[in-house]
Design a protein around this ligand. Structure first.
Ligand SMILES: [Fe+2]
Length: 406
């Protein structure tokens, strides 16, 4: 996925001679998934993409210990309490993780060095500000609300947006939720035809995906690239700058999708989160809760019912608007809640009644924006979540209840 694109110059057939202006050959590189059996792109380099001159073990693999969600509790973390600093690669502060996915928060002040994640795809959701993503495929200007999906193995870097400056001690140029998968992040299979085109019922389509805007060429020798691989982190030094691709074509490349381009699906009574699904990864899904009309049946209850997804841990990141169902719980913008398997969650006390009253007073829409990640294996708590936990959240549903319940 997503679909075929072509950028810059490439030869008329695959795997034929492609001559540089000086008469030498461009170096062809296949970036392909699942061992030549899934999506791929062919890239044409000015120099050999294989030419490294050094490899060193790199520091930084240690994110700090993670802890199990024990004793089992619903949890609330406040990302607003996390410090800004570093860059969008080295400044990741680990919130939650399991063997399928790592979820971090970053508020970078600096541009990053060159980076390649060879353990899986990444999806970066920008909550504030803007940033420029540069890669061997070209660059993408990203802004608040963008998910940027980066295929495994893409050499790239994150910089402050063009025209802005990152600085070591200034404000962060963006705040981002970083989702690192141990596999591929793709649009849900059910949104696609058997050949990969978005179907009419899908909440977004090819036109909503922004790919790289053109070849990105940079000069340089002895360029370090930080590689996250299955055994840790290494610093590989490339003989020539990896941004030397004059053209590429194929179906594998980074792209951006803005949450505001997600077309919400609304029902007469409350619709469950699968209607909000945006991407799927190995053993997890990513959903976008977007501003939308409220459920419109005369007797509808326009907030979620109590629910226990017995197979999932549910993480919700609140990024915009007013999330009615969590009113009175202390959850606000920048909050993350974790509702684990083993615990039934639902609206805070009084939220159902308030939502019904809102309908009778003429409220017809919600302005909430949230990013949800459901994982099918338990999430462990990283240092950044443990540091910012609101310990009173777990018992917020019981607060103010009369002895007989209310
Ligand atoms: Fe839920």
């Amino acid at each position: 996925m997503p679909y075929y694109r072509a950028i810059g110059e490439f030869p008329r057939k695959r795997h034929v001679r492609f001559l540089r202006p000086d008469g030498g050959l461009y170096a062809e590189e296949l970036m392909g998934e699942e061992g030549f059996s899934s999506d791929s792109s062919l890239l044409y380099h000015r120099y050999l993409p294989t030419a490294i001159v050094k490899s060193e073990e790199a520091d930084g693999a240690a994110d700090g210990p993670t802890a199990p969600n024990q004793p089992l509790l619903p949890r609330h973390f406040r990302t607003g309490e996390l410090p800004a600093g570093g860059d969008l690669v080295s400044g990741r502060q680990l919130l939650l993780a399991n063997d399928d996915v790592r979820i971090s928060f970053a508020a970078p002040r600096l541009g990053s060095g060159l980076y390649r994640n060879s353990t899986g795809d990444e999806c970066i959701y920008l909550t504030t500000g803007s940033a420029r993503f540069e890669s061997v495929y070209g660059s993408i200007d990203a802004a608040a609300g963008d998910y940027v999906v980066i295929p495994r193995g893409t050499i790239h870097r994150w910089l402050p947006a063009a025209g802005t400056q990152g600085s070591g001690d200034g404000a962060a140029f963006t705040e981002a939720l970083v989702i690192e998968a141990r596999g591929h992040i793709r649009p849900p299979r059910r949104y696609l035809s058997q050949y990969g085109q978005f179907l009419e019922h899908a909440p977004y389509s090819e036109r909503d995906l922004r790919g790289p805007d053109g070849p990105l060429l940079a000069d340089g020798e002895d360029e370090p690239v930080l590689v996250r691989h299955r055994d840790g982190l290494s610093l590989l030094t490339y003989a020539r700058h990896p941004f030397d691709v004059v053209g590429w074509d194929g179906c594998l490349y980074p792209y951006a999708f803005n949450i505001a381009d997600f077309e919400p699906i609304v029902k007469r009574t409350h619709a469950p989160p699968p209607v909000h699904q945006t991407f799927e990864g190995p053993n997890f899904v990513i959903c976008s809760f977007c501003p939308r009309p409220l459920d419109f049946d005369a007797e509808s209850v326009p907030v979620p019912y109590n629910h226990h997804n017995v197979d999932s841990d549910e993480m919700m990141f609140y990024v915009g608007g007013d999330y009615t169902a969590r009113k009175g719980s202390g959850v606000g913008l920048g909050s993350i809640t974790l509702h684990p398997s083993g615990f039934t969650h639902g609206p805070q006390p009084g939220a159902v009644e308030a939502a019904i009253a809102g309908l009778s007073e003429g409220r017809t829409s919600t302005d909430e924006t949230a990013v949800m990640i459901d994982t099918f294996r338990p999430l462990r708590l990283g240092p950044a979540s443990q540091r910012t936990e609101d310990l009173s959240y777990a018992f917020s549903w019981a607060r103010g209840l009369s002895p007989g319940g209310a």
